[in-house]
Design a protein around this ligand. Structure first.
Ligand SMILES: Nc1ncnc2c1ncn2[C@@H]1O[C@H](COP(=O)(O)OP(=O)(O)OP(=O)(O)O)[C@@H](O)[C@H]1O
Length: 229
């Protein structure tokens, strides 16, 4: 078995709502290994985004342990958690969130420069990533000049810019037509395998979920693994 990129154990998350306590996660357990795609499904409001935020170190759980590539981040202060997040976690959302005034290439260069990578190295890496997602010829284009599928490919390349071990995606193909979604999903799968990234992907698309390596359903604050046939 390949090494775990994400380990969640006993994850509890409660919110205060109008003076009452809402327990969204009640002890969720999950491991995502290198090179593996794990689907996260469940109805709206079940807590998928909350779990992704906790796994991606954007939020702290009320209780429980988060390990990223073997490192227990629970005891780290906010600064150290941000460092781990920038180095080890890539995010893809339903909407690409690319910076509109920058080219595809620059959108992939920027997160590397924030991490202290020299510009020249960052450009080379960005070009390599654009090649991987089949968009090298579009390197100089701003997002508005790219199709929805191309924008999402650039967003995936950007998520991988700093060589993360973990990719967190929230409905990455939710805004695309079925044919384009298919192409983006196939590309995402091949990159996850090739780069040995662990991917946790929330989706309402059960057909897509069933093509991933494992499927977990958020149910009553717990994660239940679906039996595969
Ligand atoms: N910051 C917050 N404060 C209070 N309640 C919150 C907060 N964030 C989320 N919740 C509540 O937690 C529950 C789970 O929300 P979450 O967004 O994680 O669901 P989801 O499964 O991602 O839904 P969707 O599929 O619609 O994106 C909801 O009842 C929501 O209202």
């Amino acid at each position: 078995m390949s090494e775990p990129m994400l380990e969640l154990s006993g994850i509890v998350r409660t919110f205060e709502q109008a003076g009452t306590e809402l327990q969204v996660l009640r002890g969720a357990e999950l491991t995502v290994h290198a090179g593996e795609l794990v689907a996260l499904v469940g109805p709206s409001g079940a807590g998928k985004s909350t779990l992704l935020h906790i796994a991606g170190l954007l939020e702290r759980p009320t209780a429980g342990t988060v390990r990223i590539a073997g490192t227990d981040v629970s005891a780290l202060d906010d600064g150290k958690r941000t460092e781990v997040r920038r180095r080890s976690v890539g995010f893809v959302y339903q909407f690409h969130h690319l910076l509109p005034e920058f080219s595809a290439l620059e959108n992939i260069v920027l997160p590397q420069m924030i991490n202290g990578v020299p510009k020249r190295t960052a450009r080379e890496r960005a070009l390599e990533l654009l090649r991987m997602v089949g968009l090298e010829p579009r390197a100089g284009h701003r997002p508005a000049r790219l199709s929805g599928g191309e924008q999402q490919r650039v967003a995936i390349a950007r998520a991988l810019a700093n060589g993360p071990g973990l990719l967190i995606a929230d409905e990455p193909t939710g805004n695309l037509d079925p044919h384009t979604a298919e192409g983006v999903f196939a590309m995402l799968t091949s990159i996850v395998r090739q780069a040995r990234v662990g991917a946790l992907i929330a989706t309402h698309n059960l057909e897509l979920a069933n093509r991933m390596d494992r499927v977990f359903e958020m149910s009553d604050g717990l994660l239940v693994e679906h039996a595969r046939v």
